[in-house]
Every structure is written in C-alpha cells, then in structure tokens.
Write a protein that binds this ligand. Structure first.
Ligand SMILES: CC(C)(COP(=O)(O)OP(=O)(O)OC[C@H]1O[C@@H](n2cnc3c(N)ncnc32)[C@H](O)[C@@H]1OP(=O)(O)O)[C@@H](O)C(=O)NCCC(=O)NCCS
Length: 164
C-alpha cells in the first residue's frame, strides 16, 4: 500500500511543472530550446555567459525530467528587459509560459525592478496574448525590425509593464 502511494505521488509530481531559477548547468537545454524556437539561435557559450552574469535572471520549467521552458531577463538600474521566453513544442498551449512569466515577474519585483520591457514580433500571436494577459502594454513600434527570409521584414512592438 505504501509503495503504491509512493508510486502515485511520483506519477503526479512528474505531471506537474516545476519552475525554478536556472543556472549555468541549464545552458545546453536552454540553447536547444532557443534554437528550436527562434530563427537566430544562441550558442551554448553565449547562454552560459548570460547565466553567469549577475545582472541576468533566468527561470526554467521542468516536467518530470523533461526541460519544458525558460525565461530570461537582464536587469539594470531598476528596469529589466525580457531577453527571451520559450516553451517546448509538446508543452505549448497549456499555460506554462504564463506560469513561468508570473514567477519570473515576482522575482524581478523582489530585486526592486520597477519596469519591465520587451520586444515582440507583431505577428507572434501566442506571445502577444501571453504578454497582454500578463499586463504588458504597447509603448513603441519598430518598423521592419525582424528580417523574414524571402519576405517583408516584420515589425517589432515594444511592450512595457510596471511592477509597482
Ligand atoms: C510564446 C510562447 C512562449 C507561449 O507559450 P505557451 O506555454 O504555449 O503559452 P500559454 O499556454 O501560457 O498561453 C499564452 C496565451 O497564448 C495563447 N495561445 C497559445 N497558443 C496560441 C496560438 N497558436 N495562437 C494564438 N494564441 C495562442 C493562449 O491561449 C494564452 O492566452 P489566454 O491566456 O488568453 O488563453 C510559445 O508559443 C513559444 O515558445 N513560442 C516560440 C518562442 C517565442 O515566440 N517566444 C516569444 C518571443 S517574444
């Protein structure tokens, strides 16, 4: 009976995403997911340097042993810029990015960040929905900011959220 309970507990705890601070040990997993999610990937070295930077705050989500998502920001003088957020293909559309972002914004508020900025492709519907739901508002637009292979470059929106 005891072992059945332990097995059930393990089964359900594996299904539940766990959000935690990311460290340099996560560089390869973040690099892989970043490369799969964006046209311009980051090298593992680049990511490791960012994760070792005291001004960078990063969180990862795992489900069981699987790496499921990350979010990363650079902090300076009471402001933060979200550098990247991504969720692994099979985990998308289940609220994981929302959960990661809420946790991340809480941590940013805890280190006295007052304002958070980010740039997002105006054609990226899931990301825009995620950010608007999290309270970000448009404060600028950069025309033709993102190159599109063989097509017209797309516009970037600059979004802002005040934490205090
Ligand atoms: C953007 C991204 C991180 C969202 O991750 P996710 O875990 O699927 O997001 P969530 O499940 O928390 O959903 C966020 C919102 O987007 C909506 N959404 C999800 N997929 C969508 C789609 N294909 N089209 C439109 N909206 C979508 C959800 O319904 C939700 O909105 P709601 O709360 O109003 O219902 C994920 O799509 C991703 O990794 N994209 C590639 C990397 C990227 O573009 N990052 C953002 C760079 S600025």
């Amino acid at each position: 009976m005891k072992s059945l309970l332990a097995w059930l507990r393990a089964l359900f705890s594996q299904a539940e995403p766990v959000v935690a601070e990311a460290s340099a040990k996560d560089a390869a997993a973040i690099g892989q997911l970043h490369g799969a999610s964006f046209r311009r990937g980051w090298s593992d070295d680049e990511i490791e340097r960012m994760l070792l930077d005291r001004n960078v705050i990063a969180h990862r989500a795992t489900i069981g042993r699987a790496f499921a998502g990350f979010v990363m920001s650079r902090v300076a003088a009471g402001e933060a810029e979200i550098l990247s957020i991504a969720v692994a293909g099979p985990r998308k559309g289940r609220g994981l990015a929302g959960r990661l972002l809420r946790h991340h914004l809480g941590r940013l508020a805890g280190v006295a960040v007052r304002t958070v900025f980010l740039e997002v492709d105006e054609d990226n519907a899931p990301a825009l929905r995620l950010y608007r739901r999290a309270g970000f508002r448009e404060v600028g637009r950069r025309a033709g900011y993102y190159p599109t292979p063989g097509g017209k470059p797309s516009n970037a929106l600059v979004l802002r959220r005040d934490l205090v």
